[in-house]
Design a protein around this ligand. Structure first.
Ligand code: OGA
Ligand code: MN
Length: 201
């Protein structure tokens, strides 16, 4: 089931121009090993134990989650050794990074369609998906056309260019891909890496 092509078929709305195509997204399968996943989750759980589950709020797009931010330098040496090569792979050299965003979604947690704020973060968003698979829907902001991206457990995705700016992204509670209901989503921990927004000169 998890061996299908990662990007599904584009669902065009009537307003979609003929030249609208599926945005390009980098997806690295098995970006970390099962042992490394366990190490990263243990590190995250030590910090997350001190945070509370947020049921969701009217001005937030995420529900049933805990989150926090930690500079990469605050991770223990073993975690940094896992994450630093991934970051080098995902980002062009020397982009200044924001602290890592740890987002812990409960099985019923959802992320509504949004584009990450352009004043808060830069040109690349890389997400390391731990503990559960999920399906991310990319929705073209102008036309509403949509395409699904299958994010296997332990994969890394990178949104940049049109996928970062012209398409919103969302994650539903019940993953379906190409019309087929997948195994239920479990607890999902994502580590999100973002570069700082470019400052006006
Ligand atoms: C976000 C977001 C996606 C993910 O926190 O803005 O879109 O993979 N997260 O957790
Ligand atoms: Mn986002």
């Amino acid at each position: 089931m998890m061996r299908r092509a990662a990007i599904g078929t584009l669902r065009r709305t009537a307003t979609a121009a003929p030249e609208l195509t599926v945005p390009s997204v980098t997806l690295v399968d098995d970006a970390v090993s099962a042992a490394d996943e366990a190490r990263l989750v243990a590190q995250a759980d030590r910090w997350l134990a001190r945070t509370r589950v947020q049921p969701g709020h009217f001005d937030r797009v995420i529900s049933h989650y805990r989150e926090l931010q930690k500079p990469l330098a605050h991770f223990d040496a073993a975690s940094r050794a896992i994450l630093e090569p991934l970051v080098r792979q995902a980002f062009p050299t020397d982009l200044p990074l924001l602290p890592v965003h740890l987002l812990d979604l409960e099985p019923e947690g959802t992320i509504d369609d949004h584009v990450d704020h352009v004043e808060y973060s830069g040109s690349h968003i890389a997400g390391l998906c731990l503990l559960s698979h999920a399906v991310m829907t990319l929705r073209h902001s102008e036309t509403g056309s949509a395409v699904d991206l299958l994010l296997p457990r332990r994969s890394l995705y990178v949104l940049q260019g049109p996928a970062r700016y012209d398409w919103g992204h969302s994650i539903g509670a019940h993953p379906t891909f190409e019309g087929e209901r997948l195994e239920r989503k479990g607890r999902r921990l994502s580590l999100l890496f973002r570069d700082a927004p470019a400052r006006a000169p």
